[in-house]
Design a protein around this ligand. Structure first.
Ligand code: TXA
Ligand code: MG
Length: 312
């Protein structure tokens, strides 16, 4: 199959309306989208990504007033979060209506809903009369794509169209939150920080371990490049190792094998860069990638989560 890259929303919407899949830009990472109400179209996503059917997909809506079409009810805290952070890097898991096919939610009675913040994708969603189910547009388990080219490198030839929306401005996936035993609970750290969420709804629980059945698909070994990743700095010099640093290069590793996430120490900039830096180092002739953890605040927590999974 020939894969086209472009900004043509008419082509994209007509492919999606025919049950085909299209890669879409969002502010977090690129997604691999299909009509969320069409189980056959959604099955193609799993096939192309090589994704196990137990891993549920997020449903993307154009605006907050459409959410009630797909979920049974919206608790007060969820409304507050949607109001404050949508469109934006936040997914809320709520009890689903039967219009959402089981294949989307891996048989769960809940569905993850998100309003992505990207002008092209919002324009596309507004044109369609169905929402879009979309996981990140990478083969299962690999690093998420943050440019149209990343998608092309891995899925070129397997999908008809990639909407080119430039580089993702947030760079890590959405924060996922749900209600567990009456309490708002974060299932995945992501582009909306815990601190800003707690400013709106107060203290939340955090349950991001893969052992928790409430968060299927949160496998420890996710976001993994092909090369081995070790957390921290190397204890001896090496010509064959790579290094991902937060602000500064180190002396023990060849300069050309190093990438810095944010020289000025900006955690949002670090999040924006993490996946493309992992890809760059993965493409180099290095035998191991050392990666330094960031301060555990703001988006630093989401980046650390991705690094730990890449190293698992
Ligand atoms: O930023 C994002 O969220 C990106 C862009 C494309 O929107 N999407 C994304 O999708 O990261 P994906 O498929 O790579 O991750 C979706 C994860 C699942 O692996 C699962 O952990 C969680 O969302 N999830 C989805 N539906 C769920 C549900 N009903 N209950 C619990 N977790 C759910
Ligand atoms: Mg993913």
């Amino acid at each position: 199959m020939k894969t086209e890259i472009g900004k043509n929303i008419v082509i994209a919407s007509s492919l999606l309306s025919q049950g085909r899949i299209v890669a879409i830009p969002t502010e977090t990472v690129y997604g691999l989208a299909a009509n969320a109400l069409d189980p056959v179209a959604v099955a193609t996503i799993f096939e192309v990504k090589n994704r196990p059917f137990f891993d549920p997909l997020i449903v993307h809506c154009p605006s907050a007033d459409r959410i009630a079409d797909y979920v049974e009810s919206i608790p007060f805290w969820a409304n507050q979060l949607f109001e404050q952070f949508s469109p934006g890097p936040l997914t809320i898991v709520l009890k689903k209506k039967s219009i959402i096919p089981d294949i989307v939610t891996a048989g769960l009675d809940t569905v993850g809903i998100r309003i992505p913040n990207h002008p092209l994708t919002l324009e596309l969603l507004a044109k369609l009369d169905f929402p879009l189910a979309a996981p990140s547009a990478n083969p299962f388990g690999y690093v998420s794509p943050t440019t149209a080219n990343h998608v092309f490198e891995q899925l070129g030839g397997k999908i008809p169209y990639i909407i080119d929306g430039g580089s993702c401005t947030v760079g890590v996936e959405s924060t996922i939150i749900t209600e567990v035993m009456g309490k708002p609970t974060v299932l995945r750290l992501g582009g909306t920080s815990i601190e800003t969420i707690e400013e709106v709804i107060g203290k939340v629980d955090i349950q991001t371990s893969s052992s928790k059945p409430s968060a299927p698909g949160m496998l420890d070994s996710h976001y993994a490049p092909k090369r081995k990743v070790m957390l921290g700095r190397p204890d001896k010099s090496s010509d064959t190792a790579g290094f991902i640093g937060f602000q500064n290069e180190i002396a023990s590793i060849a300069k050309e094998h190093q990438r810095i996430l944010s020289p000025s120490g900006d955690l949002n900039e670090a999040a924006r860069n993490i996946f493309s830096v992992l890809r760059e180092l993965d493409a180099m002739n290095v035998d191991i990638i050392y990666a330094e953890l960031l301060p555990e605040v703001g988006l630093g927590r989401a980046v650390n989560d991705r690094l730990k999974r890449a190293a698992a």
